[in-house]
Design a protein around this ligand. Structure first.
Ligand SMILES: Cc1ncc(COP(=O)(O)O)c(C=O)c1O
Length: 374
């Protein structure tokens, strides 16, 4: 049996009529950039998040740095995040011109550990960028308290967690803005690149709207800016898909529960932790081998059995070759949990269109490996 890591084509087939109709609407409208379909999608996205504003941009990386720049963050400023996230989180801080400051992650959730943040704050610190890693919210209540006390901005990197909720909080409501990515493999993904931010702050909305469009919000009137817009074709696809996101996330949660039930007795693995009261949307279902030297053999065992397991992310940012490439960066405290996560993580196939047979096959193979360990 073969189990793929992604189900993009299955998903397209399931709602092909809706997507094709949406694409055709854009194609026939004659307006493909900053057109009515993008405007409509931005309104739907803001409503979905229960936020006032949503701005569509070129990708999830741009969404972060455009927001940082809109907040006035740049050279000489420090922004705190954690090093076991996708590279783009730190990259966006560098693109904004700021210093990336890395602290450790929580050993259970792998999101930033709020208890490690205060030791990293200096007079230069301007913002915290927590990542809702793998689809579970970081502890935004604790992060919000710290930010409030030290007068820091918070930009949530929600590339992986659209539809996630915390215990008593929603994405975006305890921060200045939440950004997301619509690259195809995300829980809400288009057939290419895309991104957005949601915010309740009119000034952030207005600044990013200008920055993404050559510093312009009126024809021929410009200030310094960039070209980073979400095309209407992508907005059309995303608008069709947004109607399904809660159902798809429910399916991800169902497959995650099936993995967890099947693997809970494994003696050589730690399974993902869903915090009580949180809605984890399982962008990724990431297990960790107990020993670092077990990870690569398990990955090979699964790949050889036709299972497209992967790693997210097997090299922590501060451990990448050449780090920090002449950019400003600091690591505060030994990020031991983040390094362990990088060394032990394996992502099992996870997408809404999986079948019970596929999940059970993966469970069977992982158990077979586990039982063969001494
Ligand atoms: C946590 C995280 N941040 C940022 C990004 C960047 O998004 P994009 O690839 O759309 O630029 C991604 C995904 O790619 C991500 O997973």
């Amino acid at each position: 049996m073969k189990v793929e890591f992604y189900g993009h084509v299955r998903q397209y087939r399931n709602i092909q009529k809706e997507i094709d109709a949406s694409l055709q609407q854009v194609l026939l409208s004659g307006q493909y950039v900053l057109g009515p379909v993008l405007k409509g999608f931005e309104e739907e996205l803001a409503r979905y998040h229960g936020m006032k504003y949503a701005v569509g941009v070129g990708n999830g990386t741009d969404a972060i740095w455009l927001t940082l720049i809109a907040l006035g963050i740049g050279p000489g400023d420090e922004v705190i995040t954690h090093p076991n996230t996708f590279f783009a989180t730190a990259e966006a801080i560098w693109i904004a011109g700021a210093t990336a400051v890395f602290v450790d992650c929580d050993p259970r959730t792998k999101c930033i550990d709020p208890a490690k943040i205060e030791a990293a704050i200096t007079p230069k610190t301007k913002a915290i960028v927590p990542v809702h890693l793998y689809g579970q919210c970081a502890d935004m209540q604790a992060i919000h308290r710290i930010a409030d006390k030290h007068k820091l901005f918070v930009v949530e990197d929600n590339a992986q967690g659209i539809g996630a909720q915390g215990d008593g909080f929603k994405v975006g409501e305890l921060s200045d803005a939440a950004t997301t990515s619509f690259i195809i493999q995300k829980n809400l993904g288009t057939f290419g690149d895309g991104g957005a931010l949601v915010t309740n702050k009119a000034d952030i909305d207005a600044r990013v709207r200008k920055l993404r469009n050559h510093g312009s919000n009126a024809r021929n009137v410009h200030s310094y800016g960039f070209n980073s817009r979400l095309d209407d074709l992508h907005a059309g696809v995303l608008s069709a898909k947004l109607k399904h996101i809660d159902g798809w996330n429910d399916l991800r949660r169902k497959w995650a529960a099936r993995y967890t039930a099947g693997l809970k007795d494994c003696r050589h693995l730690d399974l993902p932790v869903e915090l009580p009261g949180y809605r984890h949307v399982f962008h990724l279902y990431v297990v960790e081998t107990r020993k670092t030297e077990q990870r690569d053999p398990l990955l090979k065992f699964l790949n050889d059995a036709g299972i497209d397991a992967k790693t997210h992310y097997s090299i922590a940012i501060h451990q990448q070759a050449g780090y920090p490439w002449g950019k400003a960066a600091r690591v505060v405290g030994p990020p031991s949990n983040a390094e362990r996560n990088a060394a032990c993580c394996i992502s099992l196939p996870m997408f809404p269109e999986l079948t019970a047979e596929e999940v059970d096959y993966v469970v069977g193979k992982v158990r077979e490996w586990d039982e063969a360990q001494r």
